[in-house]
Structure formats: structure tokens, C-alpha cells
Design a binder for this molecule. Structure first.
Ligand SMILES: [Zn+2]
Ligand SMILES: [Zn+2]
Length: 137
């Protein structure tokens, strides 16, 4: 390898290292913002029927603890795109565990499965009403 070729390679390596460092500086710092480890949801406590904003950690399972009454009975609202009702999905009850919402939620008011998580900020999800809440406990 003659001198000019080696210099070219060295500058290529330098550029790559520099770009990598820049990537780390610009994107490394914002990684936390892109992938938050806490989420906010809108739920209701089945024990006291208090509506509440839930802040939960990634991987944390339903139900969440109710600030108002202390019961571990807060579930997130879902919204039915068909009938426009808010609902809490059917609960699966296993001994020794708190009841958990079914992983395949369907509307408990009209039984369709065109449903999504409810967001009060979304104007398309203005509820027509609330389906009957599951029995507690
Ligand atoms: Zn409560
Ligand atoms: Zn429905």
C-alpha cells in the first residue's frame, strides 16, 4: 500500500469514527425520549368506580392500584369503534391472581372486535356511553 492510499484509508476510518461519535451524541441522548419506560393510560377502578389516570411501567400488568381506595382494581378503558361505547374488557379469573383483562378484547356492549385503547384526547373516540363494568372482585 503506498502512502496516498494509506492516507485515504485513514481518513475513511476517521470519518466513520466521527460519524459514529456524532450518532451517539445526537441520538444516544434522546433514546430515553423515544422509548419511555413509563406510560400513561385512562382507567377506572372496579372497586370504587373512580376514573383515574394511570402511570404504569413497561411490562407492568393490569390491574393497577387505585389511588382513591387502595384496591388493585384499576383497568384501562377501551373504546368500541362500532357502537362508540367505552368498556373494560372481559376479565380472566385465575386462582391466586388478580383478574386480568382478556388479551383479545371485544366490546362488552355490542360484542364486536373493532376496538382500540381509549384516549380522551382523540376526538374520534368521544364515548356514546359506558358499557356495564365487569363484576368486582
Ligand atoms: Zn378504587
Ligand atoms: Zn361495541
Amino acid at each position: 500500500m503506498d502512502g496516498s492510499k494509506r492516507n485515504m484509508w485513514l481518513s475513511v476510518v476517521a470519518v466513520v469514527l466521527f460519524a459514529f461519535a456524532g450518532y451517539r451524541v445526537f441520538f444516544g441522548a434522546s433514546n430515553k425520549l423515544d422509548l419511555p419506560d413509563t406510560f400513561t393510560g385512562y382507567g377506572v377502578c372496579l372497586a370504587c368506580q373512580e376514573e383515574t389516570i394511570v402511570v404504569f411501567k413497561k411490562g407492568e400488568k393490569h390491574p393497577y392500584r387505585c389511588e382513591a381506595c387502595g384496591a388493585q382494581a384499576v383497568y384501562l378503558w377501551w373504546f368500541c369503534n362500532d357502537c362508540g361505547y367505552r368498556f373494560i374488557p372481559e376479565l380472566i379469573r385465575k386462582p391466586g391472581e388478580p383478574p386480568r383483562p382478556t388479551p383479545y378484547p371485544y366490546c362488552t356492549h355490542c360484542s364486536c372486535n373493532s376496538v382500540s385503547g381509549w384516549d380522551p384526547e382523540n376526538p374520534a373516540q368521544n364515548p356514546e356511553g359506558d358499557a356495564r363494568l365487569p363484576e368486582w372482585p
